[in-house]
Design a protein around this ligand. Structure first.
Ligand code: HMG
Ligand code: MG
Length: 306
């Protein structure tokens, strides 16, 4: 399979970590429900392709996200392999379910805006912290690692522009609950490269260095890869991406696919940056998943290499 020509840029890191969200952010947005064995195989193949972190599923209310209502069965099927994979948890009820199954790593997900907090979590902007605080405290007491997401960092479909100060205020508050990493979500994919730099600068000024941050781009306006490159140049070393470009958010109008992992890997390997990912195995996985879903992958690299 063709590989990108490598031209190393010494100002960039030698290695970055890809945080794969396809099984969760990707499959939560499918109109159909992917059968349990196919979900387990998807995760198994992604881990096998060298992705260091694969977010497996969500312990949210099954009526809110029926696509992932089989989270417990999936974790049981994955067994030991599943325990170290992060799972999305919004509240103590979700945490209890994750603890029962021996999960070691959870991700909470807050909103930078009032409207999305209500639509996605059934809470006001302030109330979301009251839900997350005991969740994170108990998770940490149980020895779990906690990631925090903040959504709508670059714009909101109902509120429009979201002030940088507001995003930093919410993100810092979520991180300070006890997270080890804060992922900045461009949930509806409206961000641009300059906006990425401004937001990262503002987080740095608030005491969150790039090492503590991850970026989570969606490709609605075709800017996900450009935004990832801007974050890379800034100093970020953790990038969320979704195999085959699957994804979106069922509670955010106009959220389309995530940045495709294959497109990100092609760019990073072309820059001489190690990801540990076997691109060929990853593309084969996305081609297989496209067949399961019955439609082609939106990833340009998958289309080119398949
Ligand atoms: P609620 O209705 O306010 O829940 O939903 P509640 O606390 O009032 O509880 C009502 C009932 O639900 C109770 O049962 C609870 O036990 C049960 P009852 O006593 O009536 O029999 N319940 C649960 N059951 C199972 N698992 C749970 C759970 N919690 C409560 N975890 C809630 C509040 C947060 C649960 C709901 O709004 C929800 O599940 N939201 C999740 C929405 C979601 O998953 N969205 C997609 C992920 S976010 C995203 O994609 C963005 C991201 O990718 C980053 C980006 O792109 O920006 C992360
Ligand atoms: Mg997302």
């Amino acid at each position: 399979m063709r590989e990108p020509t490598t031209v190393r840029d010494e100002s960039l890191p030698e290695r970055v970590a890809i945080y794969e969200v396809g099984p969760r952010d990707g499959l939560q947005n499918e109109s159909g429900i992917v059968p349990l064995p196919a979900k387990a195989e998807f995760i198994h193949r992604l881990v096998g392709a060298g992705l260091p972190v694969v977010e497996a599923t969500s312990f949210v209310h099954p009526k809110w996200v029926p696509q992932l209502a089989d989270a417990a069965e999936l974790m049981e099927l994955l067994g030991e392999e599943g325990r170290r994979l992060p799972v999305l948890v919004p509240n103590e009820r979700g945490l209890d379910r994750a603890l029962e199954l021996g999960c070691e790593h959870i991700a909470i997900f807050g909103s930078a805006t009032e409207t999305f907090a209500r639509k996605n979590l059934n809470r006001s902007l302030d109330e979301q912290f009251a839900m997350f605080e005991p969740t994170v405290r108990r998770a940490r007491d149980a020895g779990m690692d906690v990631r925090a997401y903040v959504s709508m960092c670059f714009g909101d479909p109902w509120e429009g522009d979201v002030p940088v100060d507001q995003v930093v205020g919410v993100g810092k508050r979520l991180f300070d609950l006890g997270a080890s990493q804060l992922s900045l979500g461009d949930t509806i994919g409206v961000g641009t490269a300059g906006h990425v730099r401004v937001l990262l600068d503002a987080f740095n000024d608030a005491g969150l260095a790039d090492e503590l941050l991850a970026v989570h781009f969606h490709d609605t306006y075709g800017q996900a890869l450009a935004n990832a490159h801007a974050a890379l140049q800034h100093g970020v070393t953790t990038f969320d991406a979704s195999a085959g470009g699957l994804g979106g958010c069922p509670y955010a109008e106009s959220a389309t696919g995530n940045l495709a992992t294959e497109d990100l890997v092609w760019m990073l390997h072309g820059l001489g940056i190690d990801t540990g990912v076997d691109l060929e195995a990853l593309v084969r996985t996305s081609v297989w998943m496209a067949d399961v879903l019955g439609r082609p992958s939106p990833s340009r690299v998958v289309a080119a290499l398949a």
